[in-house]
Design a protein around this ligand. Structure first.
Ligand code: AP5
Length: 240
């Protein structure tokens, strides 16, 4: 199963990617997480990306495309993957099509998170994550079961992202509208775009995504090609 999650910052892509990862045992490939790791490790990519990310702009297509091409060749991606935050420009979408075609793979579903952008600042400014395992939380919408203790690993250390402030969020939303939203017609035209209401409570969004992916997983498991032999974007039961 190969899935793209498409939506503005704070739409819930990372939250739902964690559920998809656990349910279908496929890795979550978050280009944002990869870039933050590169920044933390002080690599050349990290040095290039740091200021761009802090300004809420997009890192160059060439850098991102190379990172993703290398990542999807790792053994843990053999059974599929979730693209969380990629592609984000038309150039990236076209590069992804080429990467998939070269590997004789296809995307099974593109999930669009439809959201009210006015609500996203509250979502993003209340977000934090476990410093140890990365599990995501929110001051209001997703608190740990025991206050101050991570549900997953028990750590008591939490972190907030540097780009999660009102000014940078505004720039990130602008970048989404200008550079990423044009991908919606790109995938709609291919018939594999599915839209979910990203303003619903987290569990309801998960249920809507499950309703899209569960039947596809069955098809993938029982299909003649095992879900890997069609060209990129050539199929899918779109609902949008
Ligand atoms: P990235 O890390 O990808 O950030 P983003 O797209 O801005 O997305 P977010 O992680 O902010 O939001 P999300 O949709 O995952 O929301 P979440 O589930 O956490 O990118 C960061 C930067 O890296 C970019 O600005 C750019 O510079 C660079 N970059 C990355 N990829 C790139 C690319 N391909 N090309 C170029 N540059 C790239 O949810 C947010 C909060 O809301 C959480 O606290 C959660 O608990 C809560 N929440 C989630 N769902 C709900 C709900 N349904 N109801 C209530 N609360 C909810």
């Amino acid at each position: 199963m190969r899935v793209i999650l498409l939506g503005p910052p704070g739409a819930g892509k990372g939250t739902q990617a964690a559920w998809i990862r656990d349910r279908f045992s496929i890795p979550q490939l978050s280009t944002g997480d990869m870039l933050r790791a590169a920044v933390a490790n002080g690599t050349e990519v990290g040095r290039q990306a740091k200021a761009i990310m802090e300004a809420g702009k997009l890192v160059s297509d060439d850098v991102i495309n190379a990172i993703v091409a290398e990542r999807i060749d790792q053994p843990d991606c053999a059974g599929g993957f979730i693209l969380d935050g990629f592609p984000r420009t038309t150039d990236q979408a076209e590069a992804l099509d080429r990467m998939l075609a070269e590997r004789d793979l296809r995307i099974d579903a593109v999930i669009e998170f439809q959201v009210d952008q006015a609500a996203l600042v509250e979502r993003i400014s209340g977000r934090y994550a476990c410093a140890n395992c990365g599990a995501g939380y929110h001051d209001t919408f997703k608190k740990p079961k025991v206050p101050g203790v991570c549900d997953v690993c028990g750590s008591t250390e939490f972190v907030r992202r540097k780009d999660d402030n009102a000014e940078t969020v505004a720039a990130r939303l602008e970048a989404y509208d200008a550079q990423t939203a044009p991908l919606l017609p790109y995938y709609r035209q291919r018939g594999n775009l599915h839209t979910v209401d990203g303003m619903a409570p987290i569990g309801e969004v998960t249920a809507a995504i499950a309703a899209v992916l569960e039947p596809l997983a069955t098809e993938t498991a029982s299909g003649p090609a095992g879900g890997s032999a069609e060209k990129a974007g050539s199929s899918g039961a779109g609902n949008a």
